[in-house]
Design a protein around this ligand. Structure first.
Ligand code: 13P
Length: 251
């Protein structure tokens, strides 16, 4: 189901207590002043997930993991399984973030396996796609995104495809203060939806496609006003409850 979603990716930030305090503050602000038409997701580090899930009202706020393993369980030291995330209270998992692709060598093939494992354990994948600056400058961004989508999602059955959320995050806009313009975001979001429609037909109209990359309260409204932008995946501005609320209320 297509929804308006604002998801905060905390990345590797906040100690345990800081994270719990932030979750409590976000929950309070969302309850008091948050746009009720927006699905709010927070994605803390793994160690915080179970407690964050307890301190927020789950009717208002869902919790996401930032990664999961390709395997179900077993001798994989340091990995976190989809089932563990689910059992700690997560409903979503971010997969394919550009930081995982570039720093940890995650490939489209690997992400294909992770997406399937997440779906098997009832997690909604937030699957990230996006080009680096050199690819955009060489006008290769459409091809890069097409491959990221086709390789990873196109052999899902329709029932599973319907559960996937997409996040377009141009790598050059992440943490740089450079946001894609509203027109640039809309252009790619429409490209993504049209591509998905070629494979999955009318179901693509139900896919939530989020924008990520230096999204702030000051630019959220303009970005979210686009017909194919269904919300945001937020990094830095998700670490401050007031800023995160400002983005949620960009709708
Ligand atoms: P920033 O909002 O800090 O640019 O990060 C975006 C992001 O990577 C969210 O996943």
């Amino acid at each position: 189901m297509r929804q308006k979603i604002v998801a905060g990716n905390w990345k590797m930030n906040k100690t345990y207590q800081e994270g719990i305090d932030l979750a409590i503050e976000i929950d309070k602000l969302v309850a008091e002043k948050g746009n009720k038409n927006v699905t709010v997701v927070v994605s803390p580090p793994f160690t915080h997930i179970a407690e964050v899930n307890k301190v927020v009202n789950n009717d208002r706020i869902s919790v996401a993991g930032q990664n999961c393993a390709t395997e179900t369980s077993g001798a994989y030291t340091g990995e976190i399984s989809a089932e563990m995330l689910w059992s700690a209270g997560a409903d979503y998992v971010i997969l394919g973030h550009s930081e995982r692709r570039s720093y940890y060598g995650e490939t489209n093939e690997l992400l294909k396996a992770k997406i399937r494992k997440a779906l098997e354990f009832n997690l909604t994948p937030i699957y990230c796609v996006g080009e680096v600056l050199e690819e955009r400058e060489a006008n290769k961004h459409f091809d890069v995104i097409k491959e990221q989508l086709e390789t990873v999602l196109f052999d899902l059955d329709k029932e599973d495809f319907e559960k996937v959320v997409i996040a377009y995050e141009p790598v050059w806009a992440i943490g740089t203060g450079k946001t894609a313009s509203a027109a640039q975001a809309q252009e790619i979001h429409k490209f993504i939806r049209d591509l998905l429609a070629k494979k999955f037909g009318g179901l693509a109209q139900n896919t939530s496609i989020l924008y990520g990359g230096s999204c702030k309260p000051s630019n959220a409204k303009e970005l979210f006003a686009n017909p194919d932008v269904d919300g945001g995946l937020i990094g830095g501005a998700a670490l401050t409850a007031e800023d995160f609320l400002g983005i949620i209320n960009g709708f």
